[in-house]
Design a protein around this ligand. Structure first.
Ligand code: UDP
Ligand code: MG
Length: 342
């Protein structure tokens, strides 16, 4: 294993029964990474594979000292494997990607270049196309649109796990310790400087998803409930609607009663049912509001995250330094001491 201190970049790959792809994946990864001219680690997180992946990973790790392998105690699922990799990676920065070659290793140098060029904390890959049937593409589109639309903070559409996470962002993502995880949501949550990188999604190497339909539904539900307050808000709307309808019905029942147009006890029944239904739905809305708040408290995300701090004394120093530099270079461009160069 490469010495932890010397690794600049770790590539983290959750792996579940990917025996057939490993050789080619490793060759393509090494080819892409060697061109980058930095020390790297390829970290495979073996998520309880049963098809010989474990043995093959150990064989590769014995041959190459840039390979690290984390074997989980059983199959914990993609999100958990990803967390293990992110927590245990030795690199200053991390690239997270799937092992099935749907995320192409050849894009890694371009992600690094983009992060350098844009001074970005995160470069996330946005999918411009998918090599899947039209109806699946349609479902993905609908999913990304609805989650982004109802998210409580800005969430980029059509981005998956693939991307580069710089040192600052990595430290912040490691702090997010919640159990039910939707990685693109966690990554977006931390903020900082995040830039998109457009690329099409390649077809799966062996064509068969390891996550599967049930896994995808679980992921979609997780994404929706962790990002959105829509389920709770729906009951506020329902209670508002119910209040309006109940008021109309109560007035109607009273008028019918006054004009002696209703059968006996219809009006009183109508009033009682309408009033109590409204109270019930409003009660549910309030209960959901408390549940949503408890969920927020329980997952204990940081209340805020700092990008840059300029303290009063440092500000004076920054202004002085800016003036000295400006004088020396006799530049006509004003220097803004409030802009971070981090
Ligand atoms: N994976 C995993 N644990 C699982 C299922 C999948 O670590 O329980 C890995 C899998 O080996 C792959 C990545 O997660 O590297 C994405 O899985 P897959 O390609 O099946 O997902 P899809 O592309 O269908 O969303
Ligand atoms: Mg895949």
């Amino acid at each position: 294993m490469t010495s932890r201190a010397s690794v600049v970049l770790s590539v983290v790959l959750p792996v579940y029964n990917e025996l057939k792809v490993l050789e080619e994946l490793h060759t393509r990864l090494v080819c892409a990474l060697e061109g980058c001219g930095l020390s790297f680690e390829i970290m495979f997180v073996d998520d309880g594979s049963t098809d010989g992946t474990t043995g093959e990973l150990h064989r590769l790790a014995e041959l190459h000292d840039h390979i690290s392998v984390v074997r989980l105690s059983r199959n914990w699922g993609h999100a958990a494997a990803l967390k293990a990799g992110i927590d245990l990676a030795a690199g200053e920065s991390v690239v997270v990607m799937d092992a099935d070659l749907q995320d192409e290793p050849e894009l890694i140098p371009q992600l690094l270049e983009e992060s350098r060029r844009q001074k970005a904390d995160v470069v996330y890959v946005v999918r411009t196309g998918r090599a899947e049937p039209v109806w699946i593409r349609g479902l993905f589109r609908l999913f990304h649109w609805s989650v982004a639309r109802t998210s409580t903070f800005p969430l980029p559409r059509d981005s998956g796990t693939f991307g580069l996470i710089g040192a600052r962002a990595l430290a912040e993502i490691r702090r997010l310790d919640e159990r039910l995880r939707y990685f693109p949501g966690l990554r977006a949550y931390i903020g900082l400087r995040q830039v998109p990188f457009a690329a099409p999604r390649a077809p799966r190497y062996d064509g068969k998803s390891r996550v599967g339909t049930r896994g995808l539904i679980r992921l979609a539900t997780q994404a929706f409930f962790s990002q959105s307050r829509l389920p709770a808000i729906t009951f506020y709307w329902l209670s508002a609607m119910s209040f309006t309808v109940a008021t109309g019905l109560i007035i109607f029942a009273l008028v019918a009663r006054l004009l002696q147009q209703s059968v006996p006890s219809w009006s009183s029944l109508m009033i009682v049912v309408s009033a109590f239904s409204t109270i019930l739905i409003l009660g549910l809305a309030l209960a959901f509001e408390y549940l949503a708040r408890i969920y927020e408290e329980v997952r204990a995300r940081p209340v805020y995250l700092v990008d840059t701090i300029y303290r009063a004394s440092m500000m004076t120093t920054a202004i002085k330094q800016a003036k000295v530099t400006a004088d020396r270079e006799q530049s006509e461009t004003p220097i803004n001491p409030y802009v971070s160069t981090a």
